[in-house]
Design a protein around this ligand. Structure first.
Ligand SMILES: *[C@@H]1O[C@H](CO)[C@@H](O)[C@H](O)[C@H]1NC(C)=O
Ligand SMILES: *[C@@H]1O[C@H](CO)[C@@H](O)[C@H](O)[C@H]1NC(C)=O
Length: 320
């Protein structure tokens, strides 16, 4: 009985043990399975993470590139903005310069429809670039530097450089004699014309007529001849006349002339003439009797009397 009981007990125990073992075994497998599944999940997640990370890196690179592009675009725009601002400032400055009221400008423009008389006129006439300009001055054309970056009120807006040597007509002459002049108080004519630009010198009448108001220069050199022999003093005086009034004289005297004696006379002058004023030379005095006169030689290339003159500076006042 006891044996049977113990066998039974054994049997129960074995059964219990088996079932427990079976149960234990199934739990391990399940766990293993779950572990496997978990591992799979983890691996999947890891792959997804890696993919995400790759995506991330790509996105970051794209973003960085976009940032760089944006930055350079911003810089370009900043530069453009600075340029536009300076252009605007220049325009505003010009506006300020031009803003001597529209009416004032219109008046000035009307006044300078012909010839500019100041840098303001030059500006009114449309010039905007600073530089050297010619303007009409009081008596001559003036060369000025116009600084259009300054306002018209600024003393350096217009700076005078000097006058421009502008003449409405060129006037130069140089004439000579090839024959003696033996009469007093009549204009000395000249026979040989070297230069007579402008034609102001009339050789036949001996008179120069100023074509324009201005400053003229004249020079005369002459040959006085004394026929000897004579013991008393002999003289020749040539005078320059300006509309009939004496400007000055050139005189030479000799005494105890043995034979034929020659003597030099010379005279220079610088005169302010009006248009139409006349200048000529004449013998103002000479010893009578044909013993003293202005001598010249008809032989070629022997010229002893010279009269030259030119317009140094024309006075343009009132002409324009
Ligand atoms: C021109 O004349 C005016 C008025 O007489 C005078 O104020 C000015 O200084 C003169 N200009 C020159 C360059 O001589
Ligand atoms: C003087 O010069 C003029 C012009 O050259 C000439 O016609 C004339 O014959 C000359 N007179 C004499 C005297 O040589």
């Amino acid at each position: 009985m006891a044996r049977f009981l113990s066998s039974l007990l054994m049997g129960v125990l074995v059964l219990a043990c088996w079932s427990a073992c079976v149960m234990a075994e199934s739990t391990v497998e399940q766990q293993l399975q779950r572990l496997k599944e978990n591992y799979q999940l983890l691996a999947d997640k890891d792959r997804r993470l890696e993919a995400l990370e790759r995506e991330n890196v790509k996105s970051r690179k794209t973003l960085e590139a976009q940032m760089t592009r944006l930055e350079s675009k911003t810089r370009r725009m900043e530069i453009e903005a600075i340029e536009q601002k300076s252009q605007l400032t220049a325009l505003q400055q010009q506006n300020v310069l031009h803003s001597g009221t529209r009416a004032e400008m219109a008046t000035r423009q009307a006044a300078t429809a012909t010839i500019p008389r100041s840098c303001a006129d030059v500006q009114c006439n449309g010039h905007t670039v600073s530089g050297m300009y010619s303007i009409m001055g009081n008596t001559s054309v003036e060369m000025v530097f116009c600084d259009f970056t300054k306002t018209t009120a600024d003393p350096n807006f217009q700076r005078r450089i000097g006058y421009a040597d502008v003449k409405t007509v060129p006037t130069y002459f140089y004439v000579q004699k090839n024959t003696s002049h033996t009469t007093a108080y009549t204009p000395i004519p000249f026979e040989v014309e070297r230069v007579n630009i402008g034609g102001a010198m009339n050789l036949q009448t001996g008179k120069f007529t100023a074509p324009r108001a201005g400053t003229y220069f004249f020079a005369f050199t002459g040959d006085a001849r004394f026929v000897g022999p004579r013991t008393s003093i002999v003289a020749v005086l040539v005078e320059m006349l300006w509309n009939g009034r004496r400007v000055g004289s050139a005189r030479t005297t000799e005494s105890n002339t043995a034979g034929s004696v020659h003597s030099q006379m010379s005279m220079q002058s610088t005169l302010h003439l009006k248009a139409g004023d006349q200048i000529w030379l004449q013998i103002g005095f000479m010893t009578s009797g044909g013993v003293a006169y202005v001598f010249d030689n008809p032989n070629a290339d022997q010229r002893f009397n010279h009269f030259t003159g030119w317009l140094v500076e024309e006075n343009l006042a009132g002409l324009f």
